[in-house]
Design a protein around this ligand. Structure first.
Ligand code: HEC
Length: 130
């Protein structure tokens, strides 16, 4: 019994050391933390591309990622490759920094920057009843 407890405590320590111990000794349950394209972009891309994706004026050659005209010329695959391989000299390569699910979410987020409707959607107006 004591041996069993010691084992458990040992396991707890390991789990805690790995930074997973916030919920005590329980197995993590529930869905994993959601991947947010917005947060990834904010953390890794916004320093050059700006939070809105339009690109900061002091980054030479940066592209306006909100321009549908420009972005429509790129496939999702090309965007993905740009992120992984970069575009010398100014767009850095992120290599394998993003695991596949994150990369996908990030590409989708970049895509969404240029596909947001530029005009508000038409208002639904109540038709007067005859
Ligand atoms: C250090 C500054 C910098 C950072 C950080 C950066 N970019 Fe870029 N990015 C650039 C520049 C500069 C260009 C223009 C490159 C060119 O066309 O030669 C560019 C171009 C692009 C393009 C257009 C690619 C094309 O084929 O024309 C995409 C998409 C892009 N970046 C996405 C991202 C994403 C997503 C991130 C974050 C993971 C990111 N960038 C981080 C500087 C940066």
């Amino acid at each position: 019994m004591f041996a069993d407890m010691r084992q458990r405590l040992g396991l707890c320590a390991v789990v805690a050391a790995m930074g997973l111990g916030v919920t005590g000794c329980k197995e993590p349950t529930g869905p994993e933390r959601e991947i947010s394209g917005e947060r990834l972009f904010f953390q890794h891309c916004a320093r050059c591309h700006g939070i809105d994706g339009k690109g900061l004026p002091d980054v030479s050659g940066v592209r306006d990622l909100t321009s549908a005209q420009y972005m429509d010329g790129l496939t999702n695959d090309q965007v993905r490759r740009t992120i992984q391989r970069g575009k010398p000299p100014n767009m850095p390569a992120f290599g394998r920094q993003f695991a596949e699910p994150s990369l996908e979410v990030l590409v989708a987020y970049v895509r969404s920057l240029s596909s947001k409707p530029s005009e508000p959607p038409p208002q639904k107006t109540e038709q007067p009843q005859p």
